[in-house]
Design a protein around this ligand. Structure first.
Ligand code: CP
Ligand code: NVA
Length: 303
């Protein structure tokens, strides 16, 4: 079993992980006496990072620790991978040492190849195509706030990127209605839209942020310049200017709507301070929920 795409899980699988993450959240204050505290005793997790990370790295590392296991942070540039050892051989060798592998990579094919050649579970900790771990935390956060997922209107404002792709697929699986507003040239890939259709529901693609935001329950955004897109920064800042979640846009969604962002945020770009620090923001609960969902994922795959 691996978690490479959020679509590796079906609705029942996602619901099971979210239920377990809720339980783990409730149990956390019990610390070492929580029933989960020894679930991964004796187990080790190798965490390969080609890119920077705060939430993913720390949530996985703390999750392993609190489940009684051990996590190894492996920067790809310090592994022999950085000197030309193949991804396949790295996967084969790590599988002899550890019980699970997570990888944050530039090219999605790298994490797919790791999974093909590893004999232990592999988790995508973000690639250029998807960010399934993030989306489980997002679903947990939405369910906490609304008590359900099915039928909710979710509006993505901004780049049709990795996080957006996973959210589109998750919405299709969980029965949420998703609208995506992206500037021309930065829309989601048609293959993702098609896959969502096969899973049950295509997103509504619109050009104007107002069109997506009107009446939405959840407004979601992400950086305009993802890791790997830095060379396009100046052009992106110019093109994305109108795709900002600010109080004017939030008003269109209404007083019960929540605002989400996987973080790190670029305050004043994709969302304003006023919105991020305001009463409708769920971004820090969303960040915390990375820990609880990381635990649920690791228990599922390595327990
Ligand atoms: N949201 C997220 O994945 O954050 P990091 O890049 O800090 O891991
Ligand atoms: N879309 C962003 C997400 C960071 C967590 C990136 O890929 O850089």
């Amino acid at each position: 079993m691996n978690l490479i795409s959020i679509a590796d899980l079906d609705g029942a699988g996602i619901t099971r992980l979210l239920d377990r993450a809720d339980e783990l959240k409730r149990d956390r204050p019990k610390g070492a006496s929580a029933p989960s505290a020894r679930r991964l005793e004796g187990k080790s997790l190798a965490m390969i990072f080609e890119k920077a990370s705060t939430r993913t790295r720390v949530s996985l590392e703390v999750a392993m620790r609190e489940l009684g296991g051990h996590a190894l942070y492996l920067s790809s540039s310090e592994l022999q991978l950085g000197r030309g050892e193949t991804v396949a051989d790295t996967a084969r060798v790590l599988s002899r040492f550890v019980h699970g592998i997570t990888a944050r990579v530039y090219d999605h094919r790298t994490v797919v190849s790791l999974a093909e050649h590893a004999s232990v579970p592999v988790v995508n900790a973000l690639s250029d195509l998807e960010h399934p771990c993030q989306i489980l935390a997002d679903l947990m956060t939405i369910r906490e706030r609304f008590g359900r997922l099915r039928g909710l209107q979710v509006a993505w404002i901004g780049d049709g990127n990795n996080v957006c792709n996973s959210l589109i697929l998750a919405s299709a699986i969980m029965g949420m209605e998703m609208s995506v507003a992206s500037p021309p040239g930065y829309e989601v890939d048609s293959s993702v839209v098609e896959k969502a259709g096969q899973l049950g529901h295509r997103p509504r693609l619109v050009a104007e942020p107002e069109e997506a935001a009107a009446g939405a329950d959840v407004l979601v955004t992400d950086t305009w310049v993802s890791m790997g897109d830095e060379a396009e920064e100046a052009e992106r800042l110019r093109v994305f200017g109108r795709y900002q979640i600010n109080s004017r846009l939030l008003k269109l969604a209404g007083p019960k709507a929540i605002v989400m962002h996987c973080l790190p945020a670029h305050r004043g770009q994709e969302l304003t301070d006023e919105v991020m620090d305001g009463p409708q923001s769920a971004v820090f609960d969303e960040a915390e929920n990375r820990l609880h969902t990381s635990k649920a994922i690791l228990e599922w795959l390595m327990g």
